[in-house]
Design a protein around this ligand. Structure first.
Ligand SMILES: *Cc1c(COP(=O)(O)O)cnc(C)c1O
Length: 495
């Protein structure tokens, strides 16, 4: 039976999975959600003998029911190949009784690769299925990580072009280098003279420009977004929760049916929502532990039932979690509101009008699956040091936030459930913070200078992604004024 998708903000017309992937956001501003979350239709015992790709097929076929087996397997095959530096794709590392699920073995050494390596193929296939002949132009504004992961995912994917705008003086040196060395004749990277907000506003303005859309259409183009609210990014993230549970089963770390806790360093709430979907598919999950950095808007939400973004925005050493509006939370709110689209729309209106909303007691009741915690900067650095001293394992700052929150949780509750921590970035991506935490002699040294030192200290090989950017030639040098972003796009497309 076909699984259809609806908006979180109105009952409206339902769309197929491929249509939801193409649209990204529903017309009413809501997020697409499946009418129901499908249950896994094979035993976890069976999954435990499967490869990552096979597991991906078993999960995705239940969500993307209008894709044929051949289409889906083709997308999965193209995504999870030797772009990843390990056949396991998402390996589990056990350190001092805790499992770190390493989601950073892809092209850009951060967890966004898990979904952005398949999204381009899902998009192109969706376009074909819906008889769209236009070339798809992905427009993205980035503060660093997403831009590179999207570039790597879309590079040389036929039928697509990707244009990424980043603040010329607002990303780290490693991040900039990763982007400006991007290969692929369909990739375009432009630095703007403004900040990230300017880049984002410029992109939004182009998306909403009807005249531009018409000109594009007449030249055989249409815009699309690789944003994390796309269902084509959420579903591929469910896979590694199913996969990691099955691996624990295969290794005898858990018995069938025994629950596992997942701890997730959270920003936009996409990764942890995927864990919640995995639980709803039938994976035995104990607690879903939501870890925040000093921007602890989610921690406060779980504690009080009030989501309030009216607060200072704090720049931390885990920048991918520096977020005050966690977009994907809307999908959870919809679910605990009893799938009441009107109630969800009202709360989201309140969020955009007053910067806050309050959930009802009965909604709060349904958040029992979740625990939450937060870690400040010093606590995060101390956790990197603690785990390194105890086990020799070096983790990045985002993972360390989750690890610190879990450490606290365990001391507080004595919960001995087998626990998996989502490890979302390679330490090589945040070398200065990581090495500075391990030994103060490295404090404030340049990321590039610390690469070899990090390899020695962690006894790991320098990832291909890092090795490459040290030598790769700069291929993108365009810089434009913020107000000329659209002109740059028109020039690239020749319109
Ligand atoms: C994006 C990101 C996160 C946050 O994930 P969400 O799905 O936005 O909650 C955490 N860590 C890293 C390294 C990331 O890139």
């Amino acid at each position: 039976m076909e699984l259809m998708y609806q908006s979180t903000r109105s009952e409206g017309t339902k769309v197929t999975a491929s249509q939801a992937i193409l649209k990204g956001l529903a017309g009413d501003g809501g997020l697409f959600v499946p009418e129901s979350i499908p249950a896994l239709d094979i035993s976890l015992e069976t999954v435990s003998k499967m490869s990552y790709k096979e597991t991906a097929y078993e999960v995705m076929k239940l969500f993307f029911t209008d894709f044929t087996e051949e289409e889906l397997k083709d997308c999965i095959g193209k995504a999870y190949d030797d772009k990843f530096d390990t056949k396991e794709i998402a390996p589990l590392a056990e350190k001092a009784g805790v499992y770190y699920l390493e989601l950073f073995h892809g092209a850009t050494i951060a967890f966004k690769d898990m979904a952005l390596s398949i999204l381009p193929h899902l998009l192109v296939t969706s376009a074909k299925k819906n008889n769209i002949k236009n070339e798809i132009v992905i427009l993205t504004a980035t503060s660093g990580d997403t831009g590179k992961a999207a570039l790597a995912g879309f590079a040389d994917v036929k039928g697509t072009k990707i244009i990424v705008f980043y603040p010329k003086n607002g990303v780290s040196r490693i991040q900039e280098r990763q982007m400006v060395t991007q290969k692929g004749s369909n990739t375009h990277v432009i630095g703007i003279t403004g900040n990230f907000d300017d880049a984002q506003s410029g992109v939004k303005a182009m998306f909403n420009n009807k005249e531009l859309a018409q000109v594009m259409e007449s030249k055989g183009y249409q815009f699309s977004s690789a944003n994390s609210i796309n269902i084509g990014r959420l579903v591929p993230q469910v896979v590694y929760y199913v996969y990691s549970y099955a691996k624990l089963l295969a290794d005898g770390a858990v018995k069938e049916g025994e629950p596992v806790n997942f701890v997730v360093p959270t920003g936009n709430f996409g990764n942890i929502l995927a864990a919640y979907y995995a639980k709803n598919m039938g994976i035995p999950v104990g607690k879903l532990i939501c870890a925040s950095n000093e921007n602890k808007v989610l921690f406060d939400f779980f504690k009080t039932g009030t989501y309030d973004k009216n607060r200072e925005f704090i720049l931390t050493s885990s920048p991918s979690m520096d977020i005050l509006v966690s977009s994907n939370l809307e999908r959870l709110v919809f679910k605990i509101a009893g799938e009441d689209a009107k109630a969800t729309a009202d709360m989201m209106d309140a969020l955009s009008n007053n910067g806050k909303y309050v959930i009802t007691d009965s909604m709060k009741e349904q958040l029992k699956d979740f625990e939450s915690g937060w870690a400040g900067e010093n606590q995060t650095f101390a956790e990197i040091r603690r785990v390194y001293n105890e086990t020799g394992y070096v983790m990045d700052t985002h993972t360390a936030v989750a690890s610190a929150v879990y450490h606290d949780y365990k001391e507080r509750t004595g919960d001995n459930t087998v626990t998996v921590i989502a490890s979302t970035a390679s330490p090589y991506k945040f070398g200065t913070s990581v090495m500075g935490a391990i030994d103060s002699k490295y404090k404030d040294m340049d990321d590039f200078l610390l690469i070899d030192e990090l390899s020695k200290v962690s006894k790991t090989n320098i990832p291909k992604a890092v090795e490459e950017i040290r030598q790769a030639p700069v291929l993108h040098t365009t810089v434009c004024e913020t107000q000329d972003m659209q002109k740059s796009v028109e020039k690239i497309l020749g319109i």
